[in-house]
Design a protein around this ligand. Structure first.
Ligand SMILES: Cc1ncc(COP(=O)(O)O)c(C=O)c1O
Length: 395
């Protein structure tokens, strides 16, 4: 028992790798502990005060999570980052850390349905005024700003219609009006766009998606200035939406292949968008890299190394044709998520945007037959053969 405690002490001590002698582990260890021990009361006091480095309790901070946070801050080009138990936890903690009752927010009217629900139901319940506006129409954004506006909120690539926000312009507008610009970078990931480097004050990612990239983690992150993150850390400590160290460890692994995965996701999606766009049974394709997409010019300006792995499209016909198409697919599965290494399909009206009122959804062009494809990293021929076979079933 003594030996066990001694070894454990060494593993968790100030030199975490000293058990390995002159070598170091190639992969960082997981600190699967909820709490840390101290030999002296005084040491604990100093760690609590922040005058000595150390860890106390994993709801506050954990070394595995901290390593991931440092890497994510670096990837996003931000001063600091924090990780959370989900993308929605990241969004809600970040918004709650800034807003008070009576404040006003200007929100893009095409965003992930869960985020839409947070603004329209939770924040309105807390007496925060919410205006959903067409974020791609700068005049409308300008008009929506009021003396009590605290935040402009948008997604780099909007879920599910794939328009790209003019982050540099929105950041200028926000700064002139003393407002914070929040950008959800989930669809682009920092491999394609670093909103903090374009002037965004707060950057959010669902780690469940591209950054981890293997559909085996639920997590979120927020990046921003040191002062903002310090405030957010207090909120996370009290509200408690921390990430599990095991999920943080898996996400560290995902970070190592992010650039390589995003390159193949983007190449496959660009090729598929063009193939679908020219197909006689396809009515419309939405992809940031298509010249006909209304924000193509902005996409070219702010996305680097590709236009991402997400595309949406409409087939010609009715809901029965949609069902026939989806059920004729043999490789691509219906999965209500995105950013997996495999190509997966979802119907926003039935999944990500199910909770958005139908009239709101339809007015934005998110129809009941819109198909969203998260293009994987398989050989393109495998994906296209499955899609073209399914399209061939339609009359
Ligand atoms: C753009 C975007 N942001 C945030 C989220 C929420 O992330 P999570 O499911 O990890 O809570 C999602 C989920 O699909 C999303 O698509």
């Amino acid at each position: 028992m003594r030996e066990f405690k001694k070894n454990l002490g060494q593993l968790c001590g100030s030199k975490p790798h000293e058990r390995c002698g002159v070598s170091r582990p190639e992969v960082p260890p997981i600190y699967a502990t909820s709490v840390f021990s101290f030999e002296k009361l005084e040491d604990m006091d100093h760690v609590f005060d922040g005058t000595t480095p150390g860890f106390i309790y994993s709801r506050i901070e954990n070394p595995t999570n901290k390593l991931l946070e440092d890497i994510l801050a670096d990837l996003e080009g931000a001063q600091r980052a924090l990780v959370f138990s989900s993308g929605m936890a990241a969004i809600s903690h970040a918004l709650f850390s800034v807003l008070s009752p009576g404040d006003h927010v200007v929100v893009s009217d095409v965003i992930y349905g869960g985020s839409y629900g947070f603004f329209s139901e939770i924040l309105r319940f807390w007496n925060v005024e919410v205006d959903f506006v067409n974020i791609f129409n700068i005049e409308m954004v300008k008009k929506a700003i009021k003396p009590n506006t605290r935040i402009i909120y948008c997604e780099t690539i909007a879920n599910p219609l794939m328009e790209v926000a003019d982050i540099p312009y929105l950041s200028d507008l926000a700064k002139k009006n003393d407002i914070l610009l929040f950008v959800d970078n989930t669809f682009a990931s920092p491999a394609l766009c670093k909103p903090a480097c374009l002037g965004a004050d707060v950057v959010i990612n669902s780690l469940t998606k591209y950054i981890n990239g293997h559909s085996d983690v639920t997590g979120g992150m927020v990046a921003g200035s040191s002062s903002f993150i310090e405030k957010l850390l207090k909120v996370r400590t009290i509200v408690g939406g921390c990430m599990s160290p095991f999920d943080a460890w898996l996400t560290l692994r995902g970070c190592r292949t992010l650039d390589a995965r995003m390159k193949i996701h983007s190449e496959n999606a660009m090729a598929l968008a063009r193939l679908l766009d020219g197909h006689p049974k396809v009515a419309k394709v939405y992809y940031p890299g298509l010249e006909k997409q209304s924000t193509y010019g902005i996409a070219r300006k702010i996305l680097n190394n590709g236009f991402g792995g997400m595309l949406s499209f409409e087939i010609l016909g009715k809901e029965s044709d949609l069902r026939l198409f989806v059920e004729s697919l043999e490789v691509i599965e219906i999965v209500p998520s995105l950013a997996s290494v495999s190509t997966i399909l979802s119907i926003p009206a039935k999944t990500s945007h199910r909770s958005v009122p139908e009239n709101v959804r339809l007015s934005k062009g998110i129809s009941n037959t819109l198909i969203r494809l998260s293009v994987g990293i398989e050989p393109l021929e495998v994906i296209w053969q499955d899609i073209s076979n399914a399209l061939a079933q339609l009359s």
